[in-house]
Design a protein around this ligand. Structure first.
Ligand SMILES: Nc1ncnc2c1ncn2[C@@H]1O[C@H](COP(=O)(O)OP(=O)(O)OP(=O)(O)O)[C@@H](O)[C@H]1O
Length: 253
């Protein structure tokens, strides 16, 4: 599924947080958003997944007009793993993941055997089977993050939006979560802080600064020493990592 987000503008009071930004994800592409804290990555993603209404611009999933469609209709196609996953009421892990099936149900329709099968599979893929009956609120930050991913998987979306999905995760689970998403072969738009992970997983990157697209292209084209220095206001030297053969980064203030 293609995502076409064009000329988005988001204002908060007088402040223009997103300035005329356009972002494209082609079918089955893994696209990353990188940029310093506060540059507007989350705000851009929220305006795409309908968590906030942009002042201007359009968002299409193939020919579905996201901003003019109901949340339920959009969520049949679009799954989201956000940064903060707190809840006030408690559910078991299985119940949380079952919520991912809601967009596919009619009003008051109960869970069907197929829904439980899909949930079981999502729990298996995120290595959460043994947590099935645990209370969601009792989980660690990283475990909660994986439950939210499992819920998005159970939603069977065509495009997934990830807002810093590796927040809270240890190195093994960072790699697992991104590999897991990558292997679905669906379209992905992900805000990432770790440039090594961006190089390893993204087909295309948007570098964001001050609410605008600063540069875009393949990771190796975008992530030059000069661009990283300008983007993050640090010193940076890039090199080819002799083990992975991929671009690596050395930073200094
Ligand atoms: N409701 C709001 N009112 C005022 N300012 C806001 C509001 N929401 C976000 N902002 C500001 O908009 C800017 C962009 O925030 P956003 O969360 O999109 O950045 P980000 O790139 O995702 O940052 P991070 O990497 O720290 O998560 C920040 O300066 C933030 O303080």
């Amino acid at each position: 599924m293609d995502l076409t987000a064009e000329k988005l503008q988001v204002k908060r009071g007088r402040k223009e947080i997103i300035k005329n930004m356009s972002v494209f994800v082609k079918d089955k592409q893994f696209v990353g958003l990188v940029g310093p804290n506060g540059c507007g990555k989350s705000t851009l993603l929220k305006s795409i997944y309908k968590s906030l209404v942009p002042q201007n611009g359009s968002v299409f999933l193939d020919d579905l007009n996201v901003l003019k469609s109901s949340a339920k209709k959009v969520s049949r196609h679009l799954g989201v793993v956000g940064q903060f996953n707190e809840m006030n009421f408690d559910l078991t892990v299985e119940q949380m993941v079952l919520l991912g099936r809601t967009p596919h149900k009619k009003l008051l329709e109960s869970d069907q055997p197929d829904d439980y099968k899909i949930v079981e599979e999502a729990l298996r893929k995120t290595q959460l089977l043994e947590y099935k009956t645990r209370s969601y609120l009792s989980l660690s930050g990283g475990e909660k993050q994986r439950v939210i991913l499992a819920r998005a998987i159970a939603q069977q979306p065509d495009l997934m939006i990830l807002d810093e999905p590796t927040n809270h995760l240890d190195i093994r689970h960072q790699i697992e979560i991104l590999s897991c998403v990558k292997q679905f072969g669906i379209s992905v738009l992900a805000a990432l802080h770790d440039l090594d992970l961006a190089v390893a997983y993204c087909d295309y990157l948007y570098a964001v600064k001050g609410g605008e697209v600063y540069a875009h292209g393949k990771p190796e084209e975008v992530l030059t020493s000069e661009l990283i220095e300008e983007l993050y206001e640090i010193k940076c030297q890039t090199y080819v990592n002799p083990v992975t053969n991929r671009l690596g980064f050395a930073y200094e203030l």
